[in-house]
Design a protein around this ligand. Structure first.
Ligand code: TA6
Length: 297
């Protein structure tokens, strides 16, 4: 297979680009700079996409890798745009800036998003966003923010990975033992700090922000007989989410049973880990994701 970059019109008549080489195939929707698929050679799809997801300009895609930027969660009240959960980058049209065939087994693509008069209405700062995706035996994602204005700004962000899994009841997530997490799930109201003891398992709605998490996260999936390793850089917080039954039923763009075969393990800079950039400064959030044979017993 050649090393190719193919632009095409996909779901919802939205623009996509397919990146293919001898190691893997990936697809990115230009609306949102949204990775929707990554399939390494002889492996199953890495990401979950809801069968009920919207594919419409300006609407979030439910699954893949939403880019939460320039805020994670709800916007600050003073921004008066409370309808836009997880920021506007994932609902904006990105453009392809560069494609690089690195080798027969590795390809790089850079998509960009710049501030506009419209974005200034939502968030009054000038910025230049670059999303670099390197497709190979692993998937590398780099989201670089540059402050192109003349005032300092603070932002929060996350690579909101939705992973395709076999069965949430049999899943374990390793790599958080001993950390503390802020629990956003309803039964923990008010949200409280909790210690993580051992592996993360799932028995109810799980919506946790883990603090001081810099190690690899490993999703151990005995049903799909694989594990997914997420390594990251320039990030001190991670989010682990599964909506479980009731929330799944409340989400119009999510199937009632789909909570069984997805989990979000997100690499971010959220809450205390938000970042501040002076004019001209740049910060890059990085995640590298690899599918591995099961080795955690
Ligand atoms: O990252 C977890 C979370 O903030 C959950 O609280 C839930 O609201 C989810 O994100 C929504 O994800 P979405 O794909 O709709 O942005």
């Amino acid at each position: 297979m050649d090393n190719t970059f193919t632009e095409f019109t996909g779901a919802g008549n939205l623009p996509f680009v397919r990146i293919a080489n001898q190691a893997a195939v990936a697809e990115i929707c230009l609306m949102g700079g949204h990775i929707t698929s990554y399939v390494p050679q002889n492996q199953q799809e890495l990401f979950f996409i809801s069968e009920k997801s919207n594919f419409k300009a300006g609407m979030p895609i439910r699954g893949g890798v939403p880019l939460c930027w320039p805020w994670f969660g709800a916007p600050a009240p003073e921004l008066q745009c409370d309808q836009i959960l997880h920021g506007f980058a994932r609902q904006s049209m990105w453009s392809i800036a560069k494609t690089t065939p690195i080798s027969d087994e590795e390809s790089a693509i850079v998509l960009v998003l710049k501030s506009t008069p419209e974005s200034m209405q939502l968030w009054a700062h000038s910025f230049y966003l670059e999303l670099e995706v390197v497709v190979g035996k692993k998937l590398q994602i780099r989201l670089a923010t540059t402050n192109t204005g003349n005032t300092t700004f603070t932002y929060s962000q996350a690579l909101h990975h939705y992973f395709n899994i076999g069965d949430i009841h049999q899943l374990r997530v390793v790599g958080f033992d001993g950390l503390s997490f802020f629990d956003k799930a309803p039964m923990a109201t008010p949200p409280v700090e909790n210690p993580q003891v051992g592996d993360i398992t799932f028995r109810c709605e799980t919506d946790r922000i883990y603090h001081h998490h810099t190690a690899d996260a490993v999703i151990v999936d005995p049903v799909l007989q694989r594990q997914i390793r997420i390594s990251k850089a320039n990030s001190d917080t991670s989010v682990v989410w599964n909506p479980w039954i009731a929330k799944a039923q409340r989400m119009a763009d999510f199937g009632d049973e789909e909570y069984l075969r997805m989990v979000c393990v997100e690499s971010g800079n959220v809450t205390y880990d938000s970042r501040t950039l002076a004019p001209g400064e740049k910060h890059t959030l990085e995640a590298t994701i690899a599918i591995e044979p099961l080795c955690h017993d």
